[in-house]
Design a protein around this ligand. Structure first.
Ligand code: SAM
Length: 294
């Protein structure tokens, strides 16, 4: 019979039997709310025909729900101390493969090809919050054939990710993620759904990967460099931010803004996705006659 990993008494007894202590450094807040994991699995495409990559299984609470529904689940856990616990809690699933390591060190396309041949692929995770952005960018930039990424993140991060590009709440990460897909906020999760409770509330989002703007972007490296630099000084006008960080001459930037029909005083945070792509295309074309700016 499947162990109930949302029953506090059971969880505490497993953890104490294994002498396990939570690592704050590794972002270890385990889900103990029985309604959350089935919902992530359902909304995250854990279904027949799908291989699911899970990042950070912890003691296996979400893993159980994924393995009950998906064709195959591969879970990557950094903390070696959790391996004997996972053997006890989810060892019974023969469609589950647990790998020990840092997800950021994996070659994602190679991993998916090896683990999920001929399957659609979804990523599901209750992410360690200290590396939310690096993990997201590692998955998206790898170009791996992933259909969707359904993740629990800090509520503020979820709000930033789903803010329309060109509005005050958006940032470099919003535009970067929109470059690869569409973001949908699924539901919020209060802090007391975790053991131990974190200091912040959380939310589950799903990114449907479609590479929406890739075809229109002439120089992706320039586009991402422009986002990083422009948003690092977001309170300045775009002209001041990009001349300071990417060393463009101001007349070159003013020229580009004029060509695109944009005001001289516009800021990075005012531009829509289409305008950001157009600006990068315009500036990188100007670069090709001179110095490279990435
Ligand atoms: N999935 C479990 C749950 O929902 O209860 C645990 C989620 S906990 C927020 C994050 C997990 O990610 C921890 O088990 C932690 O050890 C693991 N982790 C932290 N950094 C990692 C990394 N770089 N690669 C893989 N796993 C990591």
């Amino acid at each position: 019979m499947m162990i109930n990993l949302t029953d506090m008494k059971t969880v505490r007894s497993i953890l104490s039997r294994h002498g396990f202590h939570f690592s704050k450094k590794l972002g270890q807040n385990f889900l103990v709310d029985p309604s959350v994991c089935p919902r992530i699995a359902e909304e995250g495409n854990a279904a027949p025909g799908f291989g699911v990559l899970e990042i950070g299984p912890g003691i296996g609470t979400l893993t159980q729900q994924l393995a009950l529904r998906a064709e195959k689940v591969t879970s990557v856990e950094l903390d070696q101390r959790l391996l004997p616990i996972l053997e006890e809690t989810v060892g019974e699933f023969d469609n589950l493969h647990i790998l020990q390591g840092d997800i950021l060190q994996f070659d994602v396309p190679q991993l998916l090809e090896q683990e999920f041949p001929g399957m659609h692929v979804a990523v599901c995770a209750n992410l360690p919050y200290y590396i939310t952005t690096p993990i997201l960018m590692h998955l998206l930039e790898s170009g791996a054939p992933i259909d969707s990424i359904t993740i629990m993140v800090q509520k503020e991060v979820a709000e930033k990710l789903q803010a329309p590009v060109g509005t005050r709440n958006s940032g470099a990460i919003t535009a970067a993620v929109n470059y690869y897909g569409t973001v949908e906020m699924l539901f919020t999760v209060p802090r007391d759904s975790f053991l131990p409770p974190p200091n912040v509330d959380s939310a589950v989002i799903r990114i449907d990967v479609q590479k929406r703007y890739a075809a229109d972007t002439k120089h992706p490296k320039h586009f991402f460099a422009m986002l990083k630099n422009g948003f690092s000084q977001r309170r300045k006008t775009l002209v001041n931010a990009l001349s300071a960080t990417m060393h463009y001459e101001k007349p070159v930037l003013l020229d580009a803004l004029r060509e695109l029909g944009l005001s001289e005083t516009v800021r990075m945070e005012n531009l829509t996705m289409e305008q950001l792509v157009a600006l990068s295309n315009c500036l990188s074309e100007k670069d090709s006659s001179g110095e490279e700016k990435v």
